[in-house]
Design a binder for this molecule. Structure first.
Ligand code: PLP
Length: 296
């Protein structure tokens, strides 16, 4: 039984030298033993990027969208550009080595490597997913928290890296702990000037009548791969889809709200800032069926 797999890239970017000249593009390593140097900037400064890709019955889902976002995040941090051929090969090798289960995931990590060395560190880690049945069916309780940035942070302060998927997720984890202190499970961030942004690990989607909506990009938030697929599913049902700025009030007045992300997929919000929200059980089940069955 191989329930988790670690694959280390020899040369994560063609713009930097290989770690082992002449060695294969990737090799498996023991995920339970130390592999990354204590001097790696990913560990010491959170200076790196990642992606988490859902795997359904052995097929990576939204792989090309994830890889595009990986390259975009690398550019935002001025990291050497990921060699996507090497990353694709490492991801597929990781999946092939994992137990064939219905739901697993692969996390790709690219760090700036050891200070002064110039070679980035890269690995893909695959594991069997947890069971998210409860969150997908019963729903989650969410609180809205001020992120402290204006909606135009991406344009006004690009050095804050809003909208890049960096390893610096300590703030996102702290926000979830704050939600738990407030008796909730998860968070929706709101900009300091009052618009709905995203969750710490998810995209906000909401329904108004026959239209499925999401805040869209350009707000210092991630371009969600799951949101894109949820919109495709909605369109296949004949629903309208649109990007629209929302305020907390818009969400409280919506017909249904979800947090959508890789791995957990579509989690309906059953309570928002203490107010009960209706769950659209049929649409939610349809979304999750669709997302689970994706084969690319
Ligand atoms: N927003 C943030 C901050 C995230 O970390 C994530 C995923 O981890 C998402 C949105 C959702 O992205 P995706 O649907 O591609 O997993």
């Amino acid at each position: 039984m191989t329930r988790d797999v670690l694959t280390i890239l020899n040369r994560p970017s063609r713009d930097a030298a290989a770690h082992l000249p002449g060695a294969p593009a990737w090799h498996f390593a023991d995920p339970q033993s130390a592999q990354v140097s204590a001097l790696d900037l990913g560990a010491t400064r959170g200076d790196g990027i990642f992606e988490t890709i859902s795997v359904g019955d052995g097929f990576p889902q939204a792989l090309e969208h994830h890889l595009r976002r990986f390259v975009k995040s690398a550019a935002a941090l001025e990291l050497p550009e990921p060699d996507l051929d090497a990353w694709r090969a490492a991801i597929l090798a990781t999946i092939a080595e994992l137990d064939p289960v219905a739901e697993s995931f692969v996390k790709t990590v690219l760090t700036r490597g050891i200070e002064g060395d110039g070679r980035p560190t890269g690995w893909a880690y695959g594991a069997v997913s947890g069971d998210f049945t409860e969150q997908r069916t019963r729903g989650i309780r969410v609180v809205m928290l001020d992120r402290g940035y204006r909606r135009d942070v991406e344009q006004s302060s690009p050095w804050l890296l809003a909208g890049a998927k960096t390893l610096s997720y300590a703030i996102n984890r702290a926000a979830v702990r704050e939600a738990v202190r407030r008796g909730a499970d998860d968070v929706i961030f709101v900009s300091s000037d009052g618009v709905v942004l995203e969750g710490p690990t998810s995209t906000v989607v909401f329904r108004r009548g026959d239209t499925l909506l999401s805040p869209g990009t350009g707000l210092g938030i991630l371009d969600g791969t799951t949101q894109a697929n949820v919109f495709r599913y909605a369109q296949s049902l004949g629903l309208e889809t649109a990007f629209e700025l929302a305020t907390p009030q818009t969400l409280l007045a919506a017909d249904a709200v979800w947090l959508v992300s890789s791995v957990r997929l579509a989690a309906p919000v059953r309570e928002l800032d203490g107010q009960k929200l209706a769950i659209d059980a049929v649409l939610t089940a349809g979304m999750n069926e669709y997302l689970r069955a994706l084969r690319d």
